[in-house]
Design a binder for this molecule. Sequence first.
Ligand code: CMP
Length: 141
Amino acid sequence: MQRTLSIVKPDGVNKNLIGEVIRRFEKAGIGVIALKMVHLTKKQAEGFYAVHRQRPFFDSLTTFMCSGPIVPMVLEGKDAIKKVRDIMGATNPKDAAPGTIRKDFADSIESNIVHGSDGPDTAAFEISYFFNATEIFELKG
Ligand code: CMP
C-alpha cells in the first residue's frame, strides 16, 4: 500500500469537479483517507511549491493556487502514486491521454484541475504540509 497527496485546484473546485475527481480515484481502487477544503495564503502556496521556486512560472502558479479554495486529500492504494498520476494525465492537457482528468477538463498547463505527488519523498512532504497524524484515517476492508 502506498499513500499520495492529491489536490483539486481552484479551477477544479470552481467547475464543480470535486466529486468527479474523487470518483475517478475511488473507481480505480484508490481510497480517500484524509480530506479538507482550504484557501491558501500566497506564502503557504509558495511553501508547498518551494521545489519550483526558480521556475519562471512560480509566481503565476502560486498566485493561481491561492486564488480560491482547494481540496487536498490523502489517497491510499497499491501503487497509488503512479495510478493517481495516470488518472490525472500529463501536466499539460494538450499532451494528456484521452479519458484522463486533465484531457477531459483542464484549460491549460497552469489551470490543470488537479495535483498529484510525483514520488514517495514528495508525497511524504506534501501529506505533512496539509495533514497531521490525527487527520489521517485507516480504511477497513
Ligand atoms: P502540478 O502537478 O501541481 O505541479 C507543478 C505545477 O506547475 C504543475 O502542476 C502545473 O500546474 C504548473 N506548471 C508546470 N509547468 C508549467 C508551465 N510551463 N507554465 C505554467 N505552469 C506550469
